[in-house]
Design a binder for this molecule. Sequence first.
Ligand code: MG
Ligand code: MG
Length: 295
Amino acid sequence: MGLVARAEGAYLGLALGDALGATVEFMTPREIRAAFAAEGGVHREIRGGGWLKLRAGHVTDDTTMALALGEAILADGGAVNATSCARAFDAWMRAKPVDIGNTVRRNLLAFRKTGDPKAPRSEHDAGNGAAMRLLPVALATFGRSEAGVIAAVRAQAHVTHNNPASDAACEFLALTVQDALRGTSLRDIYRGRIQPLLAAHPAFRFRPRRRENPSGWIVETLQAVLQSLLDTDSFEDCLIDVVNRGGDADTTGAIAGMLAGALYGPEALPDRWLRALEPTVGTACRRQARALLVA
Ligand code: MG
Ligand code: MG
């Protein structure tokens, strides 16, 4: 499987996970089982709804911020420039997105006032908002040195989330997606990326307890994503497993979708989900995936 195919798989996987998870965002696993009792207690179709009353196949901030970021990177010829990222997110916020995180809003409003694209360091800004949208950075910096990737990852993340746990997760996710794009197996990703992450940042340890109802705290988000990724062996099973944990399900879905899409490739994406995805979103994801790789 080629690099471009895996990149498309990652970008479409992000959008599919977001669209699938949005239906059950902020529900508990118990509420999901009750709501989907007629379907065996499992949510497994892209159908919109949820607290955002999303139209079927539509996506939320996770995907639309990634697409805004991707356009900014492409406009800069593949460079990840913090001011360009901040301007793109600010324009995205002005366009009245269906949802927006508190940390994102607060730090973008600060950018409007100060013009400084770097949020102040904060122990409290450990949400998953920088991690959920970072795929364009991973694609644009593919093939660069690890130090170069990390610098770009932080420039993007710090526009809204300047926090050590967010940084650790964002760096891990970008480097792991790049490994998956190279065709690295899940087993080797476990040894090469997941074990070192847990050794350096024990807060992310996710065994033995099953992480249900993950919050928007990046630690719980990543715990749920990694459990689902390691406990399944297909794109579809991984996404169904993660979104049925409830909580910040659109974001766990988006991040798991990005990783699993890169790992298993576009052939593994269920046709019925791709058909259900809003066509303009699918087209934008495919176009950006290709363009960012060569930017
Ligand atoms: Mg969202
Ligand atoms: Mg969310």
